[in-house]
Design a protein around this ligand. Structure first.
Ligand code: 3PG
Length: 396
């Protein structure tokens, strides 16, 4: 009935930081993988008789309440998923205010309470330590112990991830432990060739990690929105494609440094508009028309990437190759996913978008070595960076 040396938790108030940051559109949850991944720790605690208080974020609401980012639909989904276990889920409409305090007081042993989006509070992401600590103090006052189980946010030095752990007896939850165990295999002496596939839309986030990944991996295959900054850096026109002008110099540096490691697509699927029914054509990567934008890697590139992956013994993939949500631009992501399922070695899919992509494209979780709930977190772990949310758990 314990977790990470926290002792008997029956009757105790346990604050859990989970990563419940799932895609939601018009109040409807898309892929609920992160909610499902958070269940085992919550169930374990509830069955141990703890009063379970969950804090989490959704999206980036910029420090103020915003109904577009409410966790209410997540509380509902959590309730549906825990109902078969006989566990009741409650929801507080604020982070640490009256609603949260009252709900904690009324919470019974074996029940779960989800607090509203912690990023409604500007102190959560503040760069000012005293601001963050003040929020952490309020969170800590709601509970007796803290369990860190939101692997997807351990790279964030934020009040509910980092500071609160310093205010309460704490331990890592089962999800964090399981994620770290797999990622350790990728960092400590990975079987080679070790291929990393990078894509996705958070372009500047991804560009920042390439440096370190170039030092660790044998090959770096690049797709997704980031590709166009690379093509432009090589001197090609990219039309209306996504482009980070201010990163061109950095990318030129990567192209030089990683000349023998970086693999770029040779063909691109383009369309005149960012729309599912916009007429798609395949063009050479160095011949993107001025009035079109790139929305996926082309078929020739899909084959080339798949061949690189097939020859690998360790593969880490983060970020879709194109706009997989639209059928016309999903083939590149599908080709990469298919290749990962055939790897003779360890294959890891990282990040909410990539996990959602493989599921939406009809793949099953068990076709991959591991599907990580962390995007940025897993990338930073692979880079060998110290993650604040993990480091703090080592402190007394
Ligand atoms: C993620 O989606 O990777 C995590 O939930 C962290 O979200 P963030 O990038 O907004 O901090």
């Amino acid at each position: 009935s314990t977790i990470g040396g926290l002792g008997d938790l029956a009757g105790r108030r346990v604050l859990v930081r989970s990563d419940l940051n799932v895609p939601i559109k018009d109040g409807v949850i898309g892929d609920d993988g992160r909610i499902r991944a958070s269940l085992p720790t919550l169930i374990k605690l509830a069955k141990a008789g703890a009063k379970v208080i969950v804090t989490a974020h959704l999206g980036r609401p910029k420090g103020e309440p915003n109904p577009a980012y409410t966790l209410a639909p997540v509380a509902t989904r959590l309730g549906e998923l825990l109902q078969p276990e006989g566990i009741t889920v409650r929801f507080a409409t604020d982070v640490t205010g009256e609603s949260a305090q009252e709900a904690v007081q009324e919470l019974d042993e074996g029940e779960v309470l989800l607090l509203e989006n912690v990023r409604y509070d500007p102190r959560e992401e503040s760069k000012d330590n005293t601001q963050r600590e003040a929020l952490a103090e309020e969170l800590a006052a709601l509970a007796d112990v803290f369990v860190s189980d939101g692997f997807g946010v351990v790279h964030r030095k934020q009040a509910s991830v980092y500071d609160v752990a310093r205010k309460l007896p704490h331990a890592a939850g089962g999800l964090v432990l399981a994620e770290v165990e797999v990622l350790k295999k990728l960092t400590e002496d990975p079987a080679r060739p070790y291929v990393v596939v990078l894509g996705g839309a958070k372009v500047s986030d991804k560009l920042a990690v390439i440096d370190n990944l170039l030092a660790k991996a044998d090959k770096l295959l690049i797709g997704g929105g980031m590709v166009f900054t690379f093509l432009k850096a090589q001197g090609h026109e990219v039309g209306k494609s996504l482009l980070e002008e201010d990163q061109l110099d950095v990318v030129r540096g990567y192209l030089k440094e990683g000349a023998d490691k970086i693999v770029l697509p040779t063909d691109i699927v383009v369309a005149p508009e960012f729309k599912a029914d916009s007429p798609a054509t395949v063009v050479a990567a160095d011949a993107i028309p001025a009035d079109q934008l790139g929305l996926d890697i082309g078929p020739e590139s899909g084959k080339a990437f798949a061949a690189e992956i097939a020859g690998a013994r360790t593969v880490f993939w983060n970020g879709p190759m194109g706009v997989f949500e639209m059928a016309a631009f999903a083939a590149g992501t599908k080709a990469v996913a298919q290749a990962l399922t055939e790897v003779d070695g360890l294959s890891v899919v990282g990040g909410g978008d990539s996990a959602a992509a493989v599921r939406q494209l009809g793949f099953a979780d068990d076709q991959f070595g591991h599907i990580s709930t962390g995007g940025g977190a897993s990338l930073e772990y692979l880079e060998g960076k110290e993650l604040p949310g993990l480091a703090v758990l080592e402190e007394d």
